[in-house]
Design a protein around this ligand. Structure first.
Ligand SMILES: Cc1cc2nc3c(=O)[nH]c(=O)nc-3n(C[C@H](O)[C@H](O)[C@H](O)COP(=O)(O)OP(=O)(O)OC[C@H]3O[C@@H](n4cnc5c(N)ncnc54)[C@H](O)[C@@H]3O)c2cc1C
Length: 308
């Protein structure tokens, strides 16, 4: 991983840095670019706008590393409320939800996380949609894949994210490239040690392409979550090579990142799903987005220093 990115992710974990950035008034303006709002109506409104433009959506209620049953319960309730609201707004056929297991108890009780995720999956099914499990740092990969396997016994459409920067991911792709299996391939957003992750940008990109090949050649439904123009070009080529028609795989991008490219791909007939985060706990999410583009971070820090 880029050393500057590692540094930003480490600084983001520092309590003082967090206090300064999370409370600086200018943060709100930067947050608005990447986060759809704080409430369920905000999330539904953003979804309606994107769907109106022909895009599909996956919604993330922000929050992670919950160490408390009550907070995990609150997260589940927020998802249930969101799903009801999407259904009521006739949006649930174009919008699914993304779930971080650490937000529903994974860190202290995997069984609780499974039970909580099951409630979200059941509600999603009732609303005519589904769930994708986000992937977090490498200490959670094994547990997330275990929970995924359990959930898929009842809800085979549950998807999962895999991270191309992890050395294990090519094997995970081989394992999961089966009929009906929805797999989101992304580069990976956490600071990981070299023992488990590829470090250089090119190595990560090469592994992304290897994994994409496996997913496109397999029988599942690949979801390519990247803004990288080179990778998007390669995916398009490989999709033709594997005779994958639009609709048999999709592109995914983050809310606020390369919106013109989202629309271009959608207008050319592809399914493009926008990952829409919302909620009050935006800090960790925002820091990962800023770390992806140190130019964004420099702009943000200059603004904070100037105005707070
Ligand atoms: C839908 C979706 C779901 C994701 N889910 C997960 C997950 O579950 N687990 C996980 O670890 N990671 C997840 N990620 C994040 C992912 O791992 C990467 O960290 C992130 O997408 C940046 O990688 P990239 O492929 O876009 O390539 P990069 O090489 O980072 O970026 C390529 C180009 O895209 C543009 N770009 C990228 N990021 C930004 C930004 N923040 N601001 C402005 N421009 C930008 C720039 O033009 C950049 O040059 C997800 C990403 C997406 C799109």
């Amino acid at each position: 991983m880029n050393p500057l990115r590692t540094l930003i992710l480490a600084a983001a974990d520092n309590a003082t840095v967090k206090q300064v950035l999370a409370t600086a008034p200018v943060s709100r303006a930067v947050v608005r670019r990447f986060v759809a709002g704080e409430t369920t109506p905000d999330a539904v409104r953003a979804t309606g706008e994107l769907v109106g433009e022909g895009l599909a959506v996956t919604l993330d209620y922000l929050g992670e590393h919950t160490t408390d049953r009550a907070l995990a319960e609150e997260t589940v309730r927020s998802y249930l409320q969101l799903l009801d609201a999407l259904h009521a707004a006739a949006l649930s056929d174009r919008a699914e939800v993304s779930l971080k297991l650490s937000a529903v108890g994974q860190e202290f009780d995997e069984k609780l996380a499974l039970d909580n995720a099951s409630r979200v999956c059941a509600a999603a099914e009732q609303c005519g949609t589904t769930v994708t499990l986000d992937m977090e740092d490498h200490n959670t990969t094994e547990s997330t894949l275990r929970v995924l396997a359990e959930l898929r016994r009842t809800w085979p459409s549950v998807g999962v994210a895999l991270q191309a920067y992890l050395r294990r991911t090519l094997d995970d792709c081989r394992e999961l490239a089966t009929a009906g299996s929805r797999v989101r391939l992304c580069k990976g957003a956490y600071a990981e040690p070299e023992a488990v992750a590829y470090f250089g940008r090119h190595e990560v990109d090469r592994n992304f392409v290897r994994c994409a090949n496996v997913l496109l050649a397999g029988a599942g439904y690949p979801m390519f979550a990247t803004h990288d123009p080179v990778l998007i070009r390669i995916i398009a080529e490989r999709a033709r090579w594997y005779d994958r028609r639009p609709g048999s795989f999709e592109y995914q991008m983050l809310y606020g990142v390369r919106p013109e490219e989202q629309r271009r791909l959608s207008l050319s007939g592809h399914t493009v799903r926008v990952y829409v985060p919302y909620g009050v706990q935006w800090y960790g999410y925002l820091m990962r987005r800023l770390a992806e583009r140190p130019a964004n971070m420099a702009f943000f820090l200059r603004a904070v220093a100037g105005r707070s």
